[in-house]
Design a protein around this ligand. Structure first.
Ligand SMILES: [Zn+2]
Length: 452
């Protein structure tokens, strides 16, 4: 029994054995219970019970016990408690322990590797247990790091997947990037599945190790340019005209919705892979295949769509969310975003596609397909537009323009807050400008004529 307890305790302090088949020379204790007082207490309790168990056994053998039966009963109760505690402790340890991958070969000294992994393990433990991580985070860009690391719970850039218990973190890379500075990669792996590869920048300070998303390190040689409320960060080229337009739109959209315009740090990234990399992902299974998207304003940071300085489409969503009291109505919001901002995607020249260009494409489509139902185009949203832009959103933008023309910003705000789904959308546009499913084609065709 005592040996069994010691075996389980060893497993607890060395989770490598429980979830991987690494040979013993590759295994390493990368987990330190001293960081987690509650776990430590349980382990001490287990030690104590194991010690009691052994002592009683020895005493029994030496026949030094006066009331053998009572002792035996106590022993049975102790055994039940012991197993209960062992199972609880095993469960707690199973979730967040980091193991060293068999492929890891690193120049980072072993003692630093151990310290880094312990600190990272503590960070993940605190995130999983909804505890504050501010003392584990580097002060530069702390709000962004805290938000992005919070998504570790769902193990994805958006943190939306909830089946995280199926995946275990493995340390797959650690290298030195400067004095007391390191880059660490964790792979979250399940049975024959890779969930994500996450990267952390770690700095060793006298008071402890602090983490950050890699953004600030990876863009440390970038240039900066301030345009109004927007600070652009870029590696190579910068388009002043587009930036000035975006700065104007930032003020205009916020003021139209009755909000103060905000300041943003805008990173001009080449594509979605850059965004992943900067925010700490080499691979993210949730968004695998994404290429030409940006990343919504988060904690005052914007990541461009394909290096374009204008991100007004998502900026509208950002401000709209602040005035909404119901869940988002996608038709209403996409329509206004297409009209006040742009169609989100860029063309082959890197220019943002806008509403006017898409109106021309729709007009010529209707000329070559005269029997097309606009209501069908709106509800089925067939891919008749280039570069992922949406005919449904363009039609919704014609409607929102008409609402703004006839009902002003009060009408726009009612649309934004009309609630989820097409039923609510049709209810609000009927109430505001009398468009319904029956007159949809005739009314929208009429609206198209407003755009010459
Ligand atoms: Zn949108």
């Amino acid at each position: 029994m005592h040996l069994l307890v010691l075996f389980v305790l060893r497993r607890l302090s060395c989770p490598t054995e429980s979830i991987s088949n690494l040979p013993s020379n590759e295994r390493e204790v990368l987990y330190n219970t001293h960081r987690h007082p509650k776990k430590m207490f349980k382990v001490y309790l287990i030690y104590l019970l194991s010690y009691l168990h052994s002592t009683v056994n020895i005493m029994r053998k030496q026949r030094e016990i006066k009331n053998y039966k009572i002792t035996l009963r106590s022993l049975k109760i102790a055994k039940i408690l012991l197993w209960g505690l062992l199972l609880t402790a095993s469960g707690l340890y199973g979730q967040t322990s980091i193991v060293k991958s068999i492929v890891l070969s690193s120049n980072v000294p072993k003692d630093i590797q151990l310290r880094l992994t312990q600190a990272l393990d503590t960070l993940i433990y605190r995130i999983y247990n909804n505890k504050s991580i501010s003392s584990e985070i580097d002060s530069a860009g702390a709000t962004l790091s805290i938000t992005m690391f919070g998504n570790i719970k769902g193990i994805g850039i958006y943190g939306s997947e909830k089946n995280d218990s199926l995946y275990s973190p493995q340390l797959i890379n650690a290298h030195i990037i400067g004095e007391d500075q390191y880059f660490i990669s964790l792979a979250y792996v399940g049975d024959n599945t890779l969930k994500s590869i996450m990267n952390f920048k770690a700095t060793v300070y006298p008071e402890g190790i602090k983490f950050s998303v890699p953004l600030f390190y990876l863009t440390r040689n970038w240039k900066e340019k301030k345009v109004g409320r927007i600070t652009y960060h870029y590696a190579d080229y910068f388009n002043q005209e587009r930036a000035a337009k975006f700065n104007r739109e930032n003020t205009c959209i916020a003021e139209k919705l009755g909000l103060p315009p905000e300041n943003f740090d805008f990173y001009l990234v080449d594509d979605y892979f850059d965004i992943l990399r900067f925010l700490g992902y080499s691979y993210d299974s949730e968004t695998a295949g994404h290429e030409n998207e940006g990343f919504s304003p988060v904690n005052g940071y914007i990541f461009s769509t394909m290096h374009n300085e204008d991100f007004s489409h998502d900026l509208f969503h950002y401000y709209a969310e602040k005035i909404r009291t119901h869940s988002r109505n996608s038709a209403a919001e996409e329509g206004i975003a297409y009209s006040w901002g742009n169609a989100y995607y860029v063309d082959n020249n890197g220019e943002m596609i806008d509403q006017r260009q898409l109106v021309e494409i729709l007009k010529s489509y209707l000329l070559t397909n005269p029997n097309t139902s606009l209501l069908n185009l709106f509800s089925k949203n067939p891919p008749i537009f280039p570069f992922n832009t949406k005919v449904r959103s363009l039609i919704a933008s014609l409607i929102s323009d008409e609402v703004e023309r006839r009902k002003g910003l009060t009408g726009i705000k009612l649309m934004i807050d009309c609630g989820h789904g097409d039923d609510n959308y049709f209810k609000i546009i009927k109430q505001l400008i009398g468009i319904n499913a029956t007159n949809f084609d005739a009314e929208v065709k009429q609206l198209l004529e407003n755009y010459k």
